[in-house]
Design a protein around this ligand. Structure first.
Ligand code: ADP
Ligand code: ZN
Ligand code: ZN
Length: 837
């Protein structure tokens, strides 16, 4: 037997599978998706098994054996291994990088596998088998056994061990260095030898009433129970339980427990709400796709407050009723307790939650709940799309337009596209939900000229639940304010509106887009700005630590008191924009209670939740913040939303800036008046006539989308053309420029050859009905022309007809890497970039 293995060396030369022999002893363990240790050159490296073979095409004398298997149960499924191949082709990354990206961080660190005893109480029937008893006894005696030891000792019992693992009697756990990442707790078990507890009660002396209470409790509840829970339930000390264990009446052992980031919090169970008319017609469509196990992608365009979440919840219920599993993606920023509560409240312990604020250990445990099938629903940020479920029926992506669904480092995947690919494999439905769908998605719901069925199906909810009106939006022209002598950052009308809310004890959300505001240090005499000595970018001022930092390379220096250029002392440290707004609020409304949420106030674990809870409990009048206040919040007393300056995103040199402005305005406006009380929104701007501001104020998504799509079509921008951004970097400019130009020349040559040839080389990709065209722009200096002392150049490939262009870029990149390996030139490829920087 042989295995094809992708080895952990991310380089073009090794971006293919190598054949290894599977030694007899390991045969039971090696599966597609297993992580294995394999000799590679002089070293032993980690690899992933991607295929099992009867024969190898290679010279058998040169085929080396697999040395070890790292997991008893493969961490990746066959489907995920296939997905890795797809990712590597689609996003032009190394296959091993794609496979690694699907694993939780605990599995990427230094590792060693260990086995310990789990919970034997559930599966008595299995334990009746003598062979199994022997294995269990061996593990019990040792406490924790390295996996290799167990496999050596029970060489022929591989499948039994597997059975024990999958039933939870044995547990496998990752040892990171010498620390177990699995957590343990003392647990009480009923007697193993079948002794009767009733008998035991009788044998205890009458004064040992506490001990009797414990036994009676166990008679009534004949399951294993955490020691602390038992102590709580019977109101006894640990000593009482231990003395029973000493007498042999019960067993007390350490058992692995899952860290539960939501332990101790109870989630009130909720029942499905009776749906509104719009909700039920949308739900009906999703339900029938799920029920018929039909792969279909729905784009759910529902205005803010239209009750999309309830539709998600009931669709998931349908999926669970069929014994299938569901993945829900939400942007990191909206993984608030509120959102988690809604899902845990409906599905309780069947829900695993994955977000970046979990510790590695917590993440690992949540992930194992998935592999063990203890949960059926995963809710998480971008990477939760790789949840190793095997029976997916439904994938939901909430706020599908969010740019955070695109990963910025390799593999530079977009979770939306990955979800569609996975759903195809599972015959599952996908629901992309948003009040402001991305232009890419809305365009996919439209018919093209050739009359083919569009790839996505549009579902619409135009009304808020219970007939609540959308808030009225007023555009405030800040140029007029200035003409009338108002130099404050608050217009007269916004000022009045805040004042009114303070009187009525209602709440206000204020949005400031941080990017438009200065956080740098500038000399007011000569205009000098502190920049990073290694990167072409100004340093960011951190008020709390009084340091200047580079956000690209981490370079830091103390704040300066004197201008390094002209020695003037008129140095101005601009804090974050939100700090300035906070100060001004304090001046205008003495005693006002403001919660400020921005990067500075939300770095600590849990701080995000803390602020939101405080706001919900009405401990503040105003929630002031950056984009993070625009997302998903649902507070009944928020009746006013103010946007301090709508233009800040609009002025960025990016073809998506109008789209981002529209999205942001619509989302933040959606926070107002979601319950009984009416909402009001003020948008302050210097460009009130801009269509993105106008359409947002009228809540008219479709008008915006049509206008913007026209513009994109005229300029050959996405979604009509697609882009690949290629960035080159090197310490020396001349070499960099020469190489970038060589790349472009080569790519154009290949494209020319391609166009002269009939195409059917790419039969493994979807046939594209569009005719292929490709344009290469650049090379030019990148907008940030130097990072970490390396200069940067970029070119942008604009194309139609997807398979060919990425294939061509991939081939050129390979040619380029082989040619320039010794020059230390770096090249990075970003397919469908979200930002052209
Ligand atoms: P969206 O995600 O579309 O902005 P939500 O899902 O947050 O909207 O729903 C808005 C509010 O309406 C929530 O408070 C929710 O509990 C409530 N809601 C949703 N569906 C119903 C329904 N069918 N009946 C009553 N209330 C509902
Ligand atoms: Zn720097
Ligand atoms: Zn100066």
């Amino acid at each position: 037997m042989y295995a094809k293995v992708i080895v952990d060396v991310p380089a073009k030369q090794t971006n293919r599978a190598f054949d290894y022999e599977i030694p007899a002893a390991l045969r039971k363990w090696v599966e597609v998706g297993s992580r294995v240790g394999v000799p590679f050159g002089p070293r032993v490296l980690q690899g992933f098994v991607v295929e099992l073979l009867e024969e190898t095409q290679m010279d058998t004398k040169r085929v080396k054996p697999i040395q070890s298997v790292l997991d008893l149960v493969p961490p990746l499924t066959e489907e995920l291994v296939g997905l890795g191949r797809w990712l590597s082709r689609m996003y032009l990354c190394h296959e091993v990088t794609a496979l690694q990206a699907m694993l939780p961080a605990a599995l990427k660190a230094k590792y060693e596998r260990a086995i310990s005893l789990g919970d034997e109480s559930g599966e008595q029937s299995l334990l009746d088998l003598p062979d199994l008893q022997e294995i269990v006894a061996f593990v019990r005696a040792k406490g924790t056994v390295p996996m290799e030891t167990l496999m050596e000792r029970f060489e022929n019992d591989g499948s039994l061990i597997k059975q024990l693992l999958s039933s939870g009697i044995l547990m496998e756990a990752q040892m990171v260095k010498d620390r177990m990442t699995a957590k343990k707790a003392l647990t009480v078990f009923p007697p193993a030898d079948g002794r009767s507890l009733e008998e035991a009660v009788g044998m205890l002396p009458a004064r040992a009433n506490k001990q009797q209470d414990v036994l009676r409790y166990l008679i009534e509840h004949p399951h294993a129970i955490r020691l602390t829970e038992l102590m709580e339930a019977v109101q006894v000390g640990a000593g009482t339980v231990k003395s029973l264990a000493d007498r042999g009446w019960i067993e007390l052992r350490e058992v692995e427990v899952m860290r539960d980031p939501y332990a101790g919090r109870s989630f009130a169970r909720t029942k499905p709400l009776p749906l509104t008319e719009e909700q039920s017609s949308v739900f009906g469509e999703i339900r029938s796709a799920v029920a018929e196990r039909r792969h279909e992608v729905f784009l759910l365009h529902g205005v803010t407050g239209s009750g999309k979440t309830e539709v998600y919840l009931q669709s998931i219920q349908e999926c669970l009723d069929q014994g299938r599993e569901a993945i829900v993606l939400v942007p990191e920023i909206s993984l608030t307790p509120q959102m988690v509560e809604r899902f845990k409240g409906r599905f309780g312990d069947l829900v695993a939650v994955l977000h970046s604020r979990l510790s590695n250990g917590e993440r690992y445990d949540e992930w194992r709940k998935i592999t063990r099938k203890q949960v059926k629903v995963v809710i998480g940020a971008r990477s939760a799309i790789f949840a190793p479920f095997t029976q997916i029926g439904l994938i939901i992506i909430d706020e599908e337009h969010e740019s955070s669904y695109k990963q910025e480092e390799s593999p530079k995947y977009h979770a939306r596209d990955v979800s569609v690919e996975r759903a195809k494999q599972h015959n599952a439905a996908v629901v992309l939900g948003s009040a402001t769908p991305s232009l890419e998605s809305i365009q996919k719901t439209m018919r093209t000229g050739n009359g083919e069925k569009p790839p996505y199906r549009l579902l619409t909810m135009k009304e808020r639940v219970a007939g609540r009106p959308l808030p009225t939006v007023s555009i405030v022209d800040m140029r007029e304010e200035l003409k009338n002598g108002n130099r404050s950052m608050f217009s007269k009308s916004l000022y009045k509106a805040i004042e009114e809310r303070l009187q009525k004890k209602e709440q206000t959300v204020l949005l400031l887009n941080r990017r438009g505001y200065a956080t740098f240090v500038m000399c007011r005499t000569c205009g000098f700005v502190s920049t990073c000595p290694h990167c072409d970018i100004s340093l960011t001022y951190h008020q709390s630590s009084r340091m200047l930092r580079c956000h690209y390379c981490g370079y830091a220096e103390r704040e300066v008191k004197q201008c390094p250029n002209c020695s003037s002392e008129h140095i101005r440290h601009f804090g974050t924009g939100t700090q300035r707004v906070e100060e001004e609020l304090g001046k205008l409304f003495p005693g006002i209670r403001v919660i400020r949420m921005d990067v500075d106030t939300t770095t600590e674990k849990g701080s995000h939740e803390k602020w939101l809870t405080m706001f919900r409990d009405k401990q503040a009048d105003v929630l002031l913040g950056t984009q993070m206040v625009a997302k998903g919040l649902d507070f009944p007393d928020v009746t006013l939303v103010g946007v301090i300056a709508a233009d800040t995103v609009l002025n960025l040199p990016d073809f998506r800036s109008a789209e981002r402005t529209f999205q942001l305005l619509t989302q933040v406006a959606g926070r107002a008046g979601r319950h009984e009380k009416l909402g009001e929104v003020f948008v302050q701007t210097y460009t009130p006539e801009h269509y993105s501001v106008q359409c947002a104020s009228r809540h008219d998504y479709m008008a915006f989308a049509r206008h913007e799509l026209d513009i994109r079509a005229n300029l050959d921008y996405p979604p009509y053309h697609r882009l690949i951004l290629i960035t080159f970097s090197h310490e020396e400019v001349p070499l960099l420029v020469r190489s970038a130009e060589a790349f472009v020349t080569r790519l154009k040559e290949l494209a020319q050859e391609q166009m002269n040839r009939p195409v059917d080389l790419f039969s493994n990709m979807e046939p594209s009905s569009e005719s292929f065209s490709m344009d290469v722009l650049g090379p030019v200096a990148s907008p940030i022309s130097r990072i970490k002392d390396r200069y940067r150049f970029q070119c942008v490939v604009k194309y139609r007809g997807e398979a060919q262009a990425s294939e061509l870029v991939g081939r050129t990149a390979q040619w380029f890497e082989e040619r320039s390996a010794k020059e230390k030139l770096q090249i990075s490829v970003d397919v469908d970039p979200q930002f052209l920087m």
